[in-house]
Design a protein around this ligand. Sequence first.
Ligand code: OSB
Ligand code: MG
Length: 369
Amino acid sequence: MTIEAIDVFHVEIPYKAPFETSFGREDTKACLLVRVQVDGLEGWGEAPVMRAPLYNEETIDTAWSVLEHFLIPPLLGRSLPAPRAFARQVAPIRRNHMAKAGLEAALWDLEAKKQRKPLAEVLGGTRKQINVGVSVGLEPTIDQVVARVERFLAEGYRRVKIKIKPGMDVDLARAVRRRFGDILLQVDANSAYSLADAPTFQAMEDLNLLLIEQPLEEDDIVDHAKLQAQLRTPICLDESIVHERSARAALELNACRVINIKQARVGGLAAAIAVHDVCQTHGVPVWCGGMLETGIGRAANIALCSLSNFSLPADLSASDRYFHEDVIDPPVRLNPDGTITVPTEIGLGVHIVPSRIARYTVRKARFAQ
Ligand code: OSB
Ligand code: MG
């Protein structure tokens, strides 16, 4: 099976509502979609990079450049590599994990299509349904966040994560807890605090949060360990965990009690499984994070989430939580019991609508030998 061509699409899809974290607010979803063509088959992947290097160091433009100059050329005209062989091949290229993950996901889709199996099965997943939740962005007032949470609970979401930032934290979390009682609730700081803010997190101890996500800087495993030692509430790391080694460091130093896995952040599905496995060995539960993916990235995340140690609800919501129109049809739907069903069709198991991708594409290129 020879790789004939690889296409990269920079798409911009309007969100239904702006999404705000401690590092910024966005109205439109920007990302790169990657299509790999071999012998009449095609595989799709998503690099969920953002416009600005505020979540991690990558951007739309850096991912484009790394794909164009370093990741794609060695594949053209060559036989299709197994996804894990590709991951080993690109390991010497430092970081640029989302760029790598976008291309690797397309290779996993093709691998599953070759084996005529759903991706979840190829990854070793066993769950038929996954427990999911909704990530609720910051709003100018507490009441506005509370109103958004109310709507999502009415839609059937069983777990809520609220974004926090300095000045919009303890009172916000308390208001949501008071208003909605015993719901599954967690907070995400996107690294907006320092160890000196420990009292802010101690003030949340009585709120019975499932976890506090990424309170401190991404490269600060040591201070996370110091903070965790002062808290009963589990700390969960997101930005800090960029590969299996950082997961091991965090676990061995007791910097967290839970890990959020985003396959794109750790450099692909193969690396994500390695992080999942090392957490399982340490008895630490994981859950699948999200980057507001289109249906393409979402399908890869859902497949990953079917692995056994993904025991906490995922940041994986239905397509209509994000977009008026997804690039897949049918869209991802929420079941009445607050779960999402793992696709059983081969590959990613979703139907991609090329005309929709075309409608949202602002830049594209076809790379062929
Ligand atoms: O920290 O989990 C995060 C979105 C963009 C960047 C960072 C994060 C998020 C989310 C979105 O929380 C979760 C989702 O995809 O629903
Ligand atoms: Mg997070």
